[in-house]
Unconditional design. Structure first.
Length: 217
């Protein structure tokens, strides 16, 4: 019987952890998050891309805890704003701003612009303490509405309109959003080859050193 593999989600978000647990429920894996451990220093997300920030978070947590770690970095990329808010999506209206303030700032910046094309992008990084990492990327394209619609979801979901469903992300059920969202698609890619991922993790995790304990005569 294979040893149970532990994977740490580099987040204390219980919703994100539950989503990944549900996705990997058929695999011999133990999912933990940062709330299962003592406090560790925060990661400075100063990368210039989603990939850099995802790797920084996963690699840092993996090295601190000595376990494989998964992190994602994602955000909204708007064509008419030259890719903004991008990697600053969570801090677009200031560090202490909420979802409503971020959406309002975005709508203000988009006022009068005819090009409403935008995309949510997500990068997932799985790292081990020695440094190597696996990367999964996904993207979901849509349009920015002029006024919010819907009560579900979070972040920019109320202003992100998904044409195939003729609804905003905030009007979709969690199941619907999970099938088409950037994070949902990236996680599905991970699930589709998780057997290979598990092998890769085991091959790259540091092996514990063995010592012979013998008393000197």
């Amino acid at each position: 019987m294979k040893e149970l593999l532990t994977l740490v989600i580099a987040s204390g978000n219980p919703g994100k952890t539950a989503e990944i647990k549900e996705l990997l429920t058929d695999y011999p894996i133990c999912i933990k998050n940062l709330a299962d451990f003592g406090p560790i220093p925060p990661v400075v997300e100063d990368g210039e891309t989603f990939e850099e920030n995802a790797y920084k978070k996963a690699s840092f947590v993996s090295r601190v805890l000595g376990l494989p770690a998964l992190a994602d970095d994602s955000g909204l990329v708007v064509e008419a704003l030259d890719g903004a808010p991008g990697i600053y999506s969570a801090r677009y209206a200031g560090d202490d701003a909420g979802d409503t303030q971020r959406c309002n700032k975005l709508l203000t910046e988009m006022r009068g612009k005819s090009n409403r094309r935008a995309a949510f992008e997500c990068v997932i990084s799985i790292a081990v303490p020695t440094g190597p990492a696996l990367t999964y990327e996904a993207r979901c394209e849509g349009l920015i509405l002029e006024t919010p619609a819907g009560e579900n979801g979070f972040g920019y979901d109320p202003v992100f309109y998904y044409p195939p469903f003729k609804k905003t992300f905030a009007q979709l059920t969690r199941e619907e959003k999970g099938r088409v969202s950037h994070r949902g698609k990236a996680l599905q890619e991970l699930k589709d080859e998780f057997d290979k991922v598990a092998i890769w993790i085991r091959q790259h995790m540091p092996r514990p050193e063995k010592f012979n304990c013998r008393e000197e005569g």
